[in-house]
Design a protein around this ligand. Structure first.
Ligand SMILES: Nc1ncnc2c1ncn2[C@@H]1O[C@H](COP(=O)(O)OP(=O)(O)O)[C@@H](O)[C@H]1O
Ligand SMILES: [Mg+2]
Length: 330
């Protein structure tokens, strides 16, 4: 059926290219079919790979990480790297765009899964540095009677060994921790906790924690906000449960020393444990497409989400010192 489509051949398999899944700062991601096994995979093509990503992918080989995207093979040919991964139907970003609002129970489920994914990365001795909805994928695990959704972290292009961490402007404007922007020597794995806090805030309130019409405006807001303003913003969310407010207050601390680390976050989540083994989609109870379309069209679309790419959502990597316009005003 797809015999005319171009193919990618690695040392192990030949893959037929089906379509493009995404295009980002580092390369293109293609949906492909393994000719030998018929398995659908995602292949990321990129012109270079940094040592930390390479090291991390190697460390992950042959081990099982529940909430990190699995890499099947890494292949290099003619200055091009091919990262063959398990395929996911959509990202958390796609899900928010299509559904408008993520249900509170789903948010809990996502918090637990991504908290565990961040712990898996931190326990290996790395910081991800670009936690955001676009880098959280929804993997569908199929059993005989149902499909289980598993949220997994992808995109290890910005990953860094903690021994080598130094101030460097990496990440995506909306989710940047203040110490990532202000040349402080406090830069640590805790930047992932801040970003994760900003993602959770967004899922629970349907609005980004910081917004602005340009990337610089967003960064200025992050640099200029005070802790009491953040606390107030969180506490003023009338529809937000106290337990979520406390969790967010601990994650969105400007001072990284006061910010909870991932072990504390996991502990906090356990402390408020409920049934989180949900997201089992019974195949037989799936509504028909009309019902789905009607349901989706009734849901509000948050105004902060725009289909088109904007720089505030794009990953940036730069070794340059921060422009003067971004320095905190004295
Ligand atoms: N394994 C995968 N399955 C499905 N889609 C993927 C997969 N990996 C990446 N994508 C899609 O491609 C996009 C870009 O991939 P990513 O690894 O985040 O690269 P970039 O560094 O360019 O952001 C993702 O946001 C996602 O939409
Ligand atoms: Mg990405």
């Amino acid at each position: 059926m797809n015999s005319d489509n171009p193919k990618i051949t690695t040392n192990q398999f030949t893959y037929t290219i089906l379509n493009k899944l995404g295009e980002g700062s580092f390369g293109v991601v293609l949906k492909c079919e393994n000719e030998q096994t018929n398995e659908i995979v995602a292949i990321k093509l990129q012109k270079s790979i940094n040592n930390n990503e390479l090291e991390m992918l190697n460390k992950m080989q042959g081990r099982n990480f529940k909430n990190l995207i699995k890499t099947y093979e890494l292949y290099q040919k003619d200055d091009m790297y091919y990262i063959v991964m398990e395929y996911c139907k959509e990202s958390l970003y796609d899900r928010i765009l299509s559904q408008g609002k993520v249900k509170p129970d789903d948010v809990r489920f996502i918090m637990k899964a991504i908290g565990n994914g961040i712990k898996e990365i931190h326990d290996l001795g790395y910081a991800h540095r670009d936690i955001k909805p676009e880098n959280i994928l929804i993997f569908q695990k199929e059993d005989a009677n149902n499909i289980q959704e598993i949220y997994k972290i992808c995109d290890f292009g910005t990953i860094k060994n903690i021994d080598l961490l130094k101030t460097q402007y990496v990440g995506t404007a909306y989710y940047q921790a203040p110490e990532q922007l202000n040349n402080s020597n406090q830069y640590s794995q805790k930047v992932d906790i801040w970003a994760f806090g900003a993602v959770i805030y967004e899922l629970l309130t349907q609005t980004t924690l910081f917004n602005g019409s340009t990337e610089d405006e967003v960064k200025q807001k992050i640099l200029n906000i005070t802790q009491s303003e953040i606390d107030q913003t969180i506490n003023n969310q009338v529809n937000l449960d106290r337990k979520y407010k406390t969790l967010l207050l601990n994650m969105l601390q400007i001072d990284p020393n006061k910010r909870h680390d991932i072990n504390k976050f996991v502990e906090d989540m356990k402390g408020q444990s409920q049934n989180v083994t949900r997201n089992q989609i019974q195949r037989i109870t799936q509504p028909n497409q009309n019902q789905v379309n009607n349901f989706i069209s009734d849901l509000p679309i948050p105004k902060d989400y725009q289909k088109q790419k904007n720089p505030q959502r794009s990953t940036c990597i730069s070794n340059l010192p921060n422009p003067a316009s971004l320095q905190k005003k004295k």
